[in-house]
Design a protein around this ligand. Structure first.
Ligand code: UD1
Ligand code: UDP
Length: 369
């Protein structure tokens, strides 16, 4: 039976890796859960282990925060000896964060196969660090697990072999569907004094939105206008928290700490509208049938627009507020992409355990040294 190292580093990775670990273990595979420590606060990591029922990591790399180069390099330096020692058959990485890239690069130069879960997503916006991470991780991966047909099309257009590409659905949705009833049973809304269907939920953490005080201040002004129509609740990511301290946030915009997973899913489920720059939240709102406005110029998840509840509205106050008021008055159609059904982790495990290994071409395959 295969041995898979399953890697997570940042908040959304924990949500994505759990169904893969479960799927592999249910088929009898051995898994080693590695947490790089890219996110480390209790509110960004520990609470997710608890809420998702993830065991404590088998290996914690403790890399912490830093510049892109520092963080990616620390991930690589800390992960290499783990791979050398454990000699896994496959290393599974998820998503598009620096930990994904660092571990994929290390694994690609080891004897292990590399599996990328959430392969093929493209924003075509090279100013996003995640776009670099996605493209490079796909390039060094043997197994490309795509969440949607558009991701498959991107991979085909980039010339990947058909036998590397597996359309498996969305692991984020697996976790959402597994935990939805438990989340709805939480008293989250009551604790925050919110009524289901009568508030807007906001998250912002993309560098393009929050690193520049002018841009963030402009977005906060928009939220202040929206709060005249409907209560606005905003769980604040640590990257954003530091910048908000230098801005006057209208009292009608309720800032709260980052939420645990179950609390956040409860908030999404009860929201009249979600405004976000998150990737995963565009997907979750689609499955929940909750309208989502993405405060960016593009998305790597266009399927949530064409087959979901998402609209990409940029940052112009007129456009955002018009879209918000339209959704609040008229609602938005509920649709869900194919295979976003809670079985992605099982499909991935089937391929990894049962499939014939598909290797990238290596120099040795070509007869070189
Ligand atoms: C990272 C990912 C991003 C993902 C996001 C999920 C990259 C390049 N970025 O962004 O793609 O959408 O995670 O949330 O990998 N911090 C804390 N406590 C923590 C973690 C971070 O205070 O537990 C603070 C630190 O000041 C840190 C900053 O947040 O410098 C940014 O953290 P980092 O992991 O570098 O990037 P994110 O913005 O979280
Ligand atoms: N999330 C959460 N608490 C919060 C904000 C988000 O549990 O306060 C969850 C959310 O349900 C989703 C994931 O975190 O599953 C998205 O992570 P994030 O927005 O940090 O990263 P991205 O998806 O943009 O990479």
């Amino acid at each position: 039976m295969i041995h898979a190292i399953c890697v997570a580093g940042a908040r959304p990775n924990l949500i994505k890796i759990k169904p893969v670990i479960d799927g592999l273990e249910s088929l009898g595979a051995k898994t080693t859960f590695v947490h790089t420590g890219q996110h480390y606060d209790e509110a960004m990591s520990g609470v997710f282990l608890h809420d998702l029922g993830l065991r404590q990591p088998d290996r914690s790399l403790g890399v912490g925060s830093g510049t892109h180069a520092e963080q990616t390099a620390r991930v690589m330096v800390a992960f290499e000896p783990v791979v050398d020692e454990l000699r896994p058959d496959v290393v599974v990485v998820v998503g598009d964060v620096n930990s994904t890239l660092g571990c994929a690069l290390v694994a690609a130069k080891s004897g292990a196969m590399v599996a990328h879960v959430e392969a093929g997503l493209r924003s075509r916006d090279w100013s996003m660090p995640e776009e670099v991470n996605r493209v490079v991780t796909d390039r060094v991966s043997d197994y490309l697990f795509a969440p949607s047909a558009d991701a498959v099309a991107n991979l085909q257009a980039e010339g990947y072999r058909a036998d590397q590409i597996h359309l498996v659905g969305n692991v984020m949705v697996d976790s959402l569907l597994t935990n939805l009833d438990k989340a709805i049973g939480h008293d989250t809304l009551a604790r925050l004094g919110l009524r289901a269907g009568h508030y807007a939920l906001v998250t912002l953490h993309r560098p393009a939105n929050v690193d520049d005080l002018g841009v963030l201040g402009h977005l906060i002004d928009i939220l202040g206008c929206l709060a005249e129509d409907i209560p606005v609740v905003f769980p604040v990511h640590p990257r954003t928290r530091a910048r908000l301290e230098d801005l006057a946030v209208p009292a009608a915009v309720t800032l709260v700490e980052p939420c645990g997973y179950l609390d956040f899913v409860a908030l999404e489920h009860g929201a009249a509208l979600v405004l976000t720059d998150s990737g995963g939240i565009q997907e979750e709102t689609t499955v929940l049938g909750v309208p989502c406005l993405t405060l960016r110029d593009n998305t790597e998840r266009p399927i949530t627009v064409t087959e979901g509840t998402n609209q990409v509205v940029g940052r112009s106050p007129e456009r955002v507020l018009t879209a918000a008021r339209n959704v609040l008055s008229n609602g938005w159609p509920k649709r869900c992409p194919a295979l976003w059904d809670g079985r992605a982790g099982a499909r991935i495990a089937d391929v990894l355990v049962g499939g014939v290994p598909q290797r990238r071409l290596r120099p040795s395959d070509l007869g070189a040294g």
